[in-house]
Design a protein around this ligand. Structure first.
Ligand code: ZN
Length: 246
């Protein structure tokens, strides 16, 4: 089985379409790690696509906020305004779908899906000290997470978390051979708002038969996404940051 793993699409339909075109015919099913909406200007399109094509999905903090089941005090003013704008764009049915997205971890036969961390859906796993000891919390050899918008991950060998690529960020076009007996905590990166200084949309493909994990980055019509954000009246920083990759 070849699984397309996506996270943090954030209502960026231009980035999503580029990822799907790039990954075309190289996957069998799609998993999504949450934050389908928030920040970007096409929440309806991305929700509609997610409902139709994503096999396994769980909620992110922005999905919760837009659905009205999150205290907005935790959001900065720009993110909060985007949440309120997004809520206006979606139908009652779409908001109900967002509200019903399951909280992670989503425990599947051969992997675990979470938004933030296996212990807390809102926790950010950024550096190796953040994940030290987390191997005890993993209930499957593969765990996929998002939330940080940073592509990469860790492999546990003999209880030590080792960053997956020593080549440093970005992990563009890196194929990792999965070792039997190792544990993996993997972030596919963000489709719609990468924050690792590489503005290209990020995703990964997990091939369970070949036992490989391929990280990818894809250019997309960024100016179009920026224009949509400006035309929607959303904060211009949300457009500016796309080109900076942060
Ligand atoms: Zn996010």
């Amino acid at each position: 089985m070849r699984r397309l793993i996506l996270s943090d699409i954030h209502a960026n339909i231009d980035a999503l379409e580029a990822v799907l075109a790039h990954a075309q015919s190289r996957y069998d099913e799609i998993y999504c790690l949450g934050d389908v909406v928030g920040y970007g200007a096409c929440p309806h399109e991305v929700v509609d696509w997610s409902r139709r094509f994503v096999k396994k999905i769980l909620r992110g903090n922005h999905d919760r906020a837009v659905a009205g089941i999150e205290n907005l005090d935790w959001f900065n003013p720009v993110a909060r305004a985007a949440v309120l704008w997004t809520r206006e764009q979606l139908s009652k049915d779409e908001l109900r779908w967002l509200a019903a997205l399951p909280e992670g971890p989503l425990l599947l036969d051969d992997c675990e899906l979470v938004h933030g961390s296996p212990l807390d859906e809102d926790e950010y796993l950024v550096c190796s000290s953040d994940v030290a000891g987390l191997d005890y919390a993993l209930r499957r050899p593969m765990c996929f997470f998002g939330h940080t918008h940073l592509q990469g991950g860790w492999e546990w060998r003999r209880r030590q978390p080792v960053p997956l690529s020593m080549a440093g960020l970005p992990y563009s076009e890196t194929v990792v051979d999965l070792a039997p007996g190792s544990l993996y905590l993997i972030n596919p990166g963000s489709v719609g708002q990468p924050r690792d200084r590489d503005p290209r949309a990020a995703y990964c493909i997990w091939d369970t038969e070949q036992r490989t994990l391929a990280f990818h980055r894809v250019e997309y019509p960024l100016e179009r996404a920026q224009l949509r954000i400006r035309n929607a009246g959303l904060d211009s920083w949300l457009a500016d940051r796309l080109v900076l990759g942060r």
